[in-house]
Design a protein around this ligand. Structure first.
Ligand SMILES: [Zn+2]
Length: 84
């Protein structure tokens, strides 16, 4: 299921992101091979889904990481999605 639009989708249609701690903050990193350890969140590589998931704090919930900093622009850049 996509954490943005919450629609069911095949794994091949979704991208996986995981929480990654860097210094004092925990951010999101895209897992292109879908093999990184730990909990993953799945979403469409679409601007709308990134935006909705970020606003709802869906990443923090899906990854069980309350202090997670989800930067939609950074995520869009990692996914090669145009947000503007
Ligand atoms: Zn979606």
């Amino acid at each position: 299921m996509c954490v943005g639009c919450r629609q069911r989708a095949e794994i091949t249609e979704l991208v996986r992101v995981v929480a990654q701690k860097c210094d004092d903050t925990t951010g999101l990193v895209v897992d292109p091979a879908k093999t990184m350890p730990g909990r993953g969140a799945w979403l469409h590589a679409r601007a709308e889904c990134i935006s909705v998931a970020t606003r709802r704090r869906a990443f923090a919930a899906a990854l069980r990481t309350p202090g997670l900093t989800a930067d939609p622009e950074d995520l869009a850049e990692q996914l090669g999605v145009i947000t503007h």
